[in-house]
Design a protein around this ligand. Structure first.
Ligand SMILES: *[C@@H]1O[C@H](CO)[C@@H](O)[C@H](O)[C@H]1NC(C)=O
Length: 317
């Protein structure tokens, strides 16, 4: 019974072993190339959005794009916390991560994940005001409110991650140290602690699972209210609103769905959890630029404007 062992004569572990996605070499090589491509696309796509929104004055002064630029920035960092390590792990025989590397991964994952959730809610509120209160839109969503909501999302992320991590970093780990996942995340790491973590597990369920669930329901309700409002007015705006909102709903479902599944039933050891982890760390950051940008005329013309400016400034030198 390791849980009852004397604290003085047990060896503390200093690193964890990640099992990764598969155990056959061919599949590992296959995943290596797939995820390398995906990560390159994530960096390129999200960086393109951040640069375009930052340097195009029209987009930067449009609330929706201002928020979108910040969402892309968060996506970029979230996937950078997990993906590069995961990619190099595919090719390495021993997939280890140090105890502190593991803690840092969990800290930043929940920091930025909590921030992203908040930002998605702010974006839904933004759409609600734009569509349901169009006359007051510019006065409500002014620069101060926008900057405030970005700061708020970082604040919420910080409080969210700290509330779980202050307890997690004090846990003793004395083996086993094998994590059946592609990166460190709270449910699996807590299970490895050689002490009673029941209360902490409940905290994670409430703090991550319940929170994602409530946010998700709130978002779906707000989208429904928007659609109903648009329909009542029914001046041809429905199809446009539908196309904007379906993009939002897709992203929100892909992000929250796996989170709810992973954190609301965290300790029932579903082995699908590691595949779901791929969703919010790779698929969502990859899809955001595709969904929001490539189908978006305003974004495309802003990119063209920037390219032309760049070319003409180089010609005039
Ligand atoms: C994100 O928010 C910050 C501050 O609120 C702002 O200065 C910045 O331009 C935004 N980033 C993008 C890419 O829109």
């Amino acid at each position: 019974m390791p849980k009852l062992m004397d604290t003085t004569n047990r060896t503390m572990i200093s690193e964890f072993v990640l099992l990764g996605l598969s155990s056959t070499w061919e599949l590992e090589v296959f995943f290596f190339f797939i995820f390398l491509l995906a990560y390159a696309a994530i960096v390129a796509g999200n960086l393109l959005i951040v640069v375009t929104v930052t340097f195009d004055s029209h987009l930067h002064s449009t609330p929706m794009y201002f928020l979108l630029g910040n969402l892309s920035f968060l996506d970029l960092i979230i996937s950078t916390i997990t993906t590069p390590k995961m990619i190099t792990d595919f090719l390495s025989e021993k997939k280890t991560i140090s105890l502190w590397g593991c803690m840092a991964q969990m800290f930043f994952l929940h920091f930025l994940g909590g921030g992203e959730m908040t930002l998605l809610i702010v974006m839904a509120v933004d759409r609600y005001i734009a569509i349901c209160k169009p006359l007051h839109y510019t006065t409500i969503m002014n620069r101060r409110v926008l900057t405030g909501s970005v700061l708020l999302s970082w604040g919420v992320g910080f409080v969210h991650t700290m509330s779980q991590m202050v307890f997690t970093i004090t846990l003793p780990f004395c083996g086993p140290n094998v994590i059946d996942n592609i990166f460190c995340d709270l449910p699996l790491v807590l299970k490895l602690a050689c002490t009673e973590t029941y209360v902490l597990e409940l905290l994670v369920i409430a703090d991550s699972g319940l929170l994602s669930f409530v946010c998700f329901v709130l978002l779906l309700i707000s989208y429904t209210v928007i659609l109903v409002t648009v329909r009542q007015r029914s001046s041809g705006g429905l199809s446009k609103a539908l196309s904007t909102l379906s993009a939002h709903i897709t992203v929100v479902t892909l992000f929250f769905g796996p989170c709810i599944f992973i954190y609301a039933w965290p300790f029932s050891s579903f082995s699908v959890d590691k595949f779901l982890s791929v969703f919010y760390s790779v698929i969502t950051p990859l899809l955001n630029p595709i969904i929001y940008t490539l189908r978006n005329q305003e974004m495309k013309s802003a990119m063209n404007r920037l390219r032309k400016q760049h070319v003409s400034s180089r010609l005039s030198l």
